[in-house]
Design a protein around this ligand. Structure first.
Ligand code: SAJ
Length: 404
C-alpha cells in the first residue's frame, strides 16, 4: 500500500487527502492550524462540499489520521496557499518554502515531494529545488496542480484530466500510479515548468474571457444594447462561446493566478494585466449603477438597499475575494449600511447582514442580485414589487428590473 502525507488541509488538500485515503492509500493529513486538526479528529469537516461527508466516512474506514506534525512517509503532497504580493504582483512562495523545509526535516532519502499549490512558472526551480539540493537528501520533486471547481470538487477529482510535472520518467510512472488510485481522467506527464505554466494559463484564459464579457456589458450599456441578447445571438456562431458578465471575479484562483504572470513578465503580459483590471473594476461599476438607480428611483438610505449574495459564486458557501465583499470595501467609511443576505452564510460577516430571506425582502426597496443562488433563481417572483438590479441575469419578468 502506498502512503502520503498531505500538507495543508484546506479547500484542495482536504478533499485530496480524503480521496487518497478512501481509495486505499495510507494518509496522514497535516495542518498547522490546531483547531482544524482537532475538528477533523473529532469527525467534523471544516467546510462543506458536495459529497464530502460520505467521502470522509469512507476515508476514516481506511484509517486516515490528522496531525499538526509532519510525518516520515514515502510521498508528500503540498497544498498550502500561494498568495501574490499586491505591490509587486509576484507570487508569495513563503508557505511552500516553509512546508518543504519541514518535510526535509523528517523525510528519508528517496521520498517524493509533490507541490499541488498553484505557482508561477519557474517557482519550483527558483525556490524549491535549491532547498532540496542543499539538504543533501535525494528527493524526487514534482508539480501536480489541481483543477477542481468548488461545488463539484469530488466529481472533478475523480474525472478531470491531470497534469504531473517531473524531472524523470521513473517519478512520472510512480506518481501516475499513485494518482490513478482515484483519478479516472487522463494523466499527462510533462516537465515541471510546463506543468506550472499550464495551470496558471488555464485560469488566465478564463479570466480574460470573463473580462471580455464584462467589457461587452459596459459597451452595451453605453450604446443602449442588451448585452445578454447580443451574447446569446453571437454564441450561435459555431466558433464563438462568450461567457457571462457579472459583478466581478472572486475566489482564490482566477482573481489571483494571472497576477503571477503579470508579476514575472511585466512587459509581455499586457492583455493579461488589462483583463485583470477590467474584472477588478466590476464592483466599482456595480457601485455606480447602484448610485444611479437609487437617484433615479428616489431611494435615499442604503439600509433600504439589499445585496443578495455574499459568496463568490452560486450555491457554495465560499466567500473568498467575493465581488460582494469587494463592493462593500468601497463603502467601508459609510455609517448607513446595506442590508446583506446570503442563505449559505450563516454567521455574521458584515454590518447590516440578516439571516432570513423574508426579513431581507421586507426591509429592502431595492435589491441587487450579486449571486444567482438557486434560492433566488427559483423564487425571483418575490422581488416583483422591488427595484431590482440583477448583475447575473437570473431574474425575469419583474416589474422594475435593471441589469449591469
Ligand atoms: N464568473 C463570471 N462569469 C462567468 C464565469 C465566472 O463572472 O461566465 C465569475 C464567478 O462568478 C466567480 C469567478 O468568476 O466569481 C470564478 O468562478 P469560476 O466558476 O469561473 O472558477 P473558480 O475560481 O471557482 O475555479 C477555477 C476553475 N478554473 C477554470 O475554470 C479554468 C477551476 O477548475 C480551478 O480548479 C480553480 O479555479 C483553481 O483552483 O485554480
Amino acid at each position: 500500500m502506498d502512503e502520503v502525507n498531505v500538507i495543508g488541509l484546506g479547500y484542495i488538500g482536504l478533499p485530496t487527502a480524503l480521496m487518497f485515503a478512501s481509495s486505499g492509500v495510507r494518509v496522514i493529513g497535516t495542518d498547522c492550524k490546531a483547531d482544524v486538526v482537532e475538528m477533523l479528529n473529532k469527525g467534523e469537516l471544516p467546510f462543506d462540499e458536495t459529497g464530502m461527508n460520505d467521502l470522509f466516512l469512507a476515508a476514516k474506514k481506511n484509517n486516515i489520521e490528522f496531525s499538526s506534525e509532519y510525518k516520515k512517509m514515502r510521498n508528500y503532497v503540498v497544498a498550502v496557499p500561494t498568495p501574490f504580493n499586491p505591490e509587486t504582483k509576484l507570487i508569495d512562495e513563503s508557505y511552500i518554502v516553509k512546508a518543504v523545509k519541514q518535510i526535509l526535516e523528517v523525510c528519508s532519502n528517496d521520498a517524493t515531494v509533490v507541490i499541488e499549490s498553484t505557482v508561477a512558472p519557474g517557482t519550483i526551480e527558483q525556490f524549491v529545488r535549491p532547498i532540496i539540493e542543499s539538504s543533501g537528501k535525494t528527493i524526487h520533486i514534482a508539480h501536480a496542480p489541481e483543477r477542481i471547481l468548488p461545488g463539484q470538487m469530488l466529481y472533478e477529482l475523480n474525472n478531470n484530466s491531470r497534469t504531473i510535472g517531473v524531472d524523470d520518467e521513473e517519478t512520472g510512472r510512480h506518481l501516475k500510479a499513485l494518482y490513478s488510485s482515484f483519478c479516472r481522467g487522463e494523466i499527462i506527464v510533462t516537465d515541471i515548468k510546463t506543468a506550472e505554466m499550464t495551470k496558471v494559463i488555464e485560469n488566465t484564459y478564463r479570466d480574460i474571457n470573463i473580462a471580455f464579457a464584462n467589457e461587452l456589458a459596459t459597451i452595451c450599456r453605453d450604446g443602449g444594447m442588451d448585452v445578454y441578447e447580443v451574447i446569446r445571438i453571437a454564441n450561435k456562431h459555431p466558433r464563438v462561446s462568450i461567457l457571462s458578465p457579472g459583478p466581478g471575479v472572486g475566489g482564490h484562483c482566477i482573481a489571483v493566478d494571472p497576477w503571477f504572470l503579470v508579476g514575472r513578465y511585466k512587459e509581455k503580459a499586457k492583455l493579461i494585466r488589462v483583463a485583470r483590471e477590467v474584472n477588478d473594476n466590476m464592483p466599482s461599476i456595480v457601485a455606480h449603477r447602484i448610485e444611479d438607480l437609487m437617484k433615479e428611483n428616489g431611494v435615499v438610505s442604503y439600509e433600504k438597499v439589499g445585496l443578495y449574495g455574499l459568496t463568490y459564486k452560486e450555491n457554495i458557501n465560499d466567500v473568498r475575494e467575493s465581488p460582494t465583499l469587494q463592493l462593500l470595501s468601497l463603502y467601508k467609511e459609510q455609517k448607513d449600511h446595506f442590508c446583506v443576505y446570503d442563505p449559505y452564510v450563516k454567521t455574521k460577516m458584515v454590518d447590516g447582514q440578516v439571516f432570513d430571506m423574508h426579513e431581507f425582502v421586507n426591509r429592502c426597496d431595492f435589491v441587487v442580485i450579486m449571486i444567482g443562488h438557486d434560492e433566488i433563481k427559483n423564487n425571483s417572483y418575490i422581488l416583483n414589487d422591488k427595484i431590482v438590479l440583477d448583475t447575473r441575469n437570473i431574474a425575469h419578468n419583474l416589474n422594475h428590473l435593471y441589469h449591469l
